[in-house]
Design a protein around this ligand. Sequence first.
Ligand SMILES: Cc1cc2nc3c(=O)[nH]c(=O)nc-3n(C[C@H](O)[C@H](O)[C@H](O)COP(=O)(O)OP(=O)(O)OC[C@H]3O[C@@H](n4cnc5c(N)ncnc54)[C@H](O)[C@@H]3O)c2cc1C
Length: 255
Amino acid sequence: MKQKLVLIGNGMAGMRTIDELLKLSPDKYDITVFGAEPHGNYNRIMLSPVLAGDKTIEQIIIHDLQWYQDKGISLHIGKTVTGIDRTNQIVITDDGYQANYDKLILATGSNPIILPLNGKDLEGVITFRDINDVNIMIETAKTHKKAVVIGGGLLGLEAANGLMMQGMDVSVVQRGSILMNQQLDQTTSDLLQTELEAKGMTFLIDYETAEFIGQGRVEKVRFSNGIEVESDLVVMAVGVRPNICLLYTSPSPRD
Ligand SMILES: Cc1cc2nc3c(=O)[nH]c(=O)nc-3n(C[C@H](O)[C@H](O)[C@H](O)COP(=O)(O)OP(=O)(O)OC[C@H]3O[C@@H](n4cnc5c(N)ncnc54)[C@H](O)[C@@H]3O)c2cc1C
């Protein structure tokens, strides 16, 4: 009798684990995978080339839906696991579906940080984390011109570059004075900034975002220095937090 293995999180880490398990013991488990995103497993790192127009979504898929079928894996996409009953060894999804497990893997990744500012819920204020975000950016660029990217780290600069490739005028907001401050010092940051400005990127250095303004859709970003910048799209790239909420909502039987 096969053991039941459930994986929560159809991302790169979780699915790489399944790849390795299948190599080591292909027949040991009945495998069920839950993924909140409505896709097969894809290479998240390659979303930047997709945004820049160098790759398509199809080209960054690691395991398509047929692969799961071929491997006998039961895949539930577009379903979020909202609870774990550790006494009875059951996971429960947002639509009430339940699955039993003998072994459970949590590979729920991270969530992008959303600045808790006025206007954060306006249409056109997004993050850069998944296929949906990239699709919104590409579609917005077809009809709108002005974008503001908050965060001058690697991810923010990749978003800004991609949006420029899609034809938008992009301003990058950085709270400190150093771009990519985890990797660069002031001198190298200045060189990078000069290089990117030559390509048409605008920088708002030492700016602190205060609020997003608009009626339904974002129209402007206001900064703590009182300056306002027009914007049809705001992309927040200010870091991620580990997505560990299931650990807190699902106490162990011993707790
Ligand atoms: C544009 C971009 C570029 C990047 N570039 C680099 C890079 O160059 N180098 C690098 O090292 N890293 C890079 N990263 C970060 C890298 O993509 C992540 O570190 C990596 O994807 C983490 O993999 P993961 O499987 O742990 O989590 P994730 O990729 O976050 O996958 C977790 C999955 O679990 C799903 N999930 C979460 N909770 C539930 C739940 N309760 N029920 C069902 N499903 C759930 C999520 O929807 C998600 O699909 C980049 C990220 C982005 C967005």
